[in-house]
Design a protein around this ligand. Structure first.
Ligand code: MN
Length: 134
């Protein structure tokens, strides 16, 4: 059982992701925008964050940069990318996401994709914010 935080502005997608992950026994927190995510991360550290790239307000790239800069550099964050957006997957990895899952998801493959990401070692990224302070 892991705690998974999902940021996704499509209620239909959120319902699907939540259902599939809760079936696997995970504890899912669903948030609809980036500001809610940043507030949530100030209070707790989920095992995994799934983040839609295309969000109202700050998009996934801006949010990831903010998270890496000042909050939790070690946090595993997987991008949810739209199939139609060519280049988003490469861009997501270059931007520092720990992986990506393309939408629409493959319902049968999705749980295993999540387990794969949960089984990965926490990335060894330097804590930039503390380095800057010292
Ligand atoms: Mn979206």
């Amino acid at each position: 059982m892991s705690s998974i935080l999902i940021v996704e502005d499509s209620p239909d997608n959120m319902k699907l992701f939540r259902t599939l992950l809760e079936l696997k026994g995970h504890v899912v927190t669903g948030l609809a925008n980036g500001d809610s995510l940043l507030r949530a991360l100030d209070e707790r550290a989920p095992d995994l964050v799934l983040m839609d790239i295309q969000l109202p307000g700050r998009d996934g790239y801006e949010l990831l940069a903010e998270i890496r800069r000042s909050r939790r550099p070690q946090l595993r964050v997987v991008a949810l990318t739209a199939h139609a957006m060519t280049g988003d997957q490469e861009r997501a990895l270059e931007a520092g996401f720990d992986g990506y899952i393309s939408k629409p998801i493959d319902i049968r493959a999705f749980p295993a994709q999540i387990e794969h990401h949960l089984s990965q070692q926490s990335p060894d990224r330097p804590d930039v914010s503390s380095a800057e302070r010292s």
